[in-house]
Design a protein around this ligand. Sequence first.
Ligand code: 8ID
Ligand code: ZN
Length: 349
Amino acid sequence: MAEQIPKTQKAMVFEENGGPIEYRDIPVPKPASDQILVHVLYSGVCHTDLHAWKGDWPLATKKPLVGGHEGAGVVVALGENVTNFKVGDYAGIKWLNASCLGCEFCLKGNESNCAEAVLSGYTHDGSFQQYATANAIHAAKIDKSANLAAVAPILCAGITVYKALKVSEASPGEWVAITGAGGGLGTLAIQYARAMGFRVVAIDSGDAKEKICKDLGAEVFVDFKSSDLSKQIVEATSGGPHAVIHVAVAEVAITLSTEYVRPAGTIVLVGLPGGAYVKSEVFTHVVKTINIKGSYVGNRADTAEALDFFTRGLVKSPYQIVGLSELNDVFKKMAAGEVVGRYVLDTSK
Ligand code: 8ID
Ligand code: ZN
């Protein structure tokens, strides 16, 4: 039996960047011909949602906006041209809601670079609501065995760190350093790294984050508030990590990694601190022959692969559930660097 779709629903909405985020009743959207309508049961809260609300980046958000881009739920309606989903399937609302599929970037699998890219929770109302629309070709297919609360963080955090580890070109047995390792992306990055055969140095701060990083498989934890950070990392890895994945929301962490990365190593930029720049001293950069590259979510193949690691039990989301209406409290904790793992919102509360 297909479920009844109500006319209105609960959502967290803001009108202005940095303004109040209100728990409101809003209309349930209708899917366009190429979209599915997903009853979002759970949504992860990504630091990107906090950046979007604050207006940290040089790209304007839609306003008013329903944020959120880690939505896991059930397909309840299909646009007339949709053939790849049926009502009752599990589906994921992810950051890349849609792209043109015909440009040079889409054709080569760089869909996130499409000039027409539509972004959930940024330029398109996202998953901080009970019913959300997504382009059917881009929406994630979630296995029916999945716990929807647990799979939600994979839809942005998981896909993103899996892709970043791929582009780091680290080889099995090599060291990968992860900054921001105790947060949402970081805790998944440790697990994907282990599953891909890498050795992990986790960089973050405090006892709670040290514990979770080690429990998830990091061999070494370095507190970013301690002194001689570079020296500690170089010693622990006998010459520096072969790759560094930056998910910390901190410019200083990026600059520092140009010191400790191993010669011929790769630094992957993922975290997006507002107004930040990469500073790398040119002589050292050349003589150490280091690579610095950006990595931006993942394409449809990365999505399917990242979800497959989850379905096979190789990565688990360290999450805690609160109600959708409690988003403001989650943002406060996140801004203070107090979130260990990921918060997931139950959209029924
Ligand atoms: O596609 C992308 N590139 C993409 C996708 C998804 C998210 C990028 N992001 C970006 C987000 O917009 C955000 O800027 O990745 C960043 C991290 O997102 P998150 O994991 O959702 O944030 P979090 O849970 O708040 O974790 C951040 C961690 O960084 C640590 C904090 O303690 C926290 O655990 N951290 C900070 I702030 N400064 C640090 C430092 N100097 C640090 N860790 C190490 N060194
Ligand atoms: Zn995200």
